[in-house]
Design a protein around this ligand. Structure first.
Ligand SMILES: Nc1nc2c(ncn2[C@@H]2O[C@H](COP(=O)(O)OP(=O)(O)OP(=O)(O)O)[C@@H](O)[C@H]2O)c(=O)[nH]1
Ligand SMILES: [Mg+2]
Length: 244
């Protein structure tokens, strides 16, 4: 199945879902994914529950990645797509049903219209009460502010639900293997002056399963320090390069 671009081209969309012990949420999530989506690939990090079986039962391809980490799971799933069915548009979606797959047409619209290479779901305007923690909101504000200060691109959020043209993704050279995946993509989008759009989409509280990142202090701390580290490292690396 495909989506149609304003140029009339039929574009294939693939969704990457990094999942670790999300057996309770995954069946509902997979059932809510629009039929036009061509392929769903779940990057599983050795879940001890039925995540892999339920993902397959829900029609997804499951790629196993031994190294724990959000980025590592995404990279493994993307490698499978690169070797099997490279799509035209790559979408990222968490497995815990906090993002609603029904928002996909809105997320894809600027890309299908040829107006953007990257679109990101902004969780802040429509987030359910309690869905975004204080540290998450502060982290998005601080990271967004630093990226605007350094590269002039004003992102409001670092949300996981996003879409990017496959060719554009390939040019970014994504590498982060854990908490820095989302911010790395936004830093590189800003550095390469990509045309991007943020779209306000609903964001719900996690109702099932255990939080791996924001819902626990250690996860939030590690995510926060990794995000700050990546922004400052990119700034200094760029600074050195421009002086070299
Ligand atoms: N494969 C894999 N997936 C992960 C890992 N850590 C998190 N995830 C997945 O990444 C997504 C985001 O993790 P969450 O625990 O929802 O993090 P969060 O959204 O910041 O926190 P909550 O608000 O509590 O949901 C979920 O689909 C997780 O299953 C990991 O180490 N490996
Ligand atoms: Mg979540």
């Amino acid at each position: 199945m495909t989506y149609t671009a304003s140029s009339g081209d039929a574009l294939r969309v693939a969704i990457v879902i990094p999942a670790f012990n999300e057996a309770e949420s995954l069946p509902g999530l997979l059932a809510a994914i629009p039929a036009q989506v061509d392929r769903v690939v779940v990057g599983d990090n050795g879940s001890s529950d039925a995540t892999a079986e339920l993902a397959r039962a829900g029609g997804a391809v499951v790629v196993h990645e031994t190294e724990r980490g959000y980025g590592a799971a995404c990279l493994a799933a993307i490698a499978w797509l690169a070797h099997n069915e490279p799509p035209d548009i790559l979408v990222f979606l968490d497995a815990d049903l906090a993002d609603d797959p029904a928002g996909l047409p809105l997320l894809l619209a600027p890309i299908l219209a040829g107006e953007a290479e990257l679109t990101l779901a902004n969780r802040l305007p429509l987030a359910e009460a309690g869905a975004l923690s204080g540290p998450q909101r502060f982290g998005s504000w601080l990271a967004g502010g630093l990226i605007r200060l350094i590269w002039g691109h004003a992102f409001a959020d670092l949300g996981p639900f996003r879409a990017i043209r496959w060719q554009t993704y390939q040019q970014l050279g994504m590498a982060d293997r854990n908490y820095g995946w989302t911010v790395e993509m936004q830093i590189k989008a800003a550095q390469s002056n990509l045309r991007w759009r943020e779209i306000a989409l609903p964001y719900a509280c996690r109702r099932k399963g255990r939080s791996k990142v924001s819902g626990n202090l250690w996860g939030s701390f590690r995510a926060g320090t990794k995000i700050l580290y990546l922004i400052l490292a990119a700034f200094f690396r760029q600074g050195w390069k421009s002086r070299a």
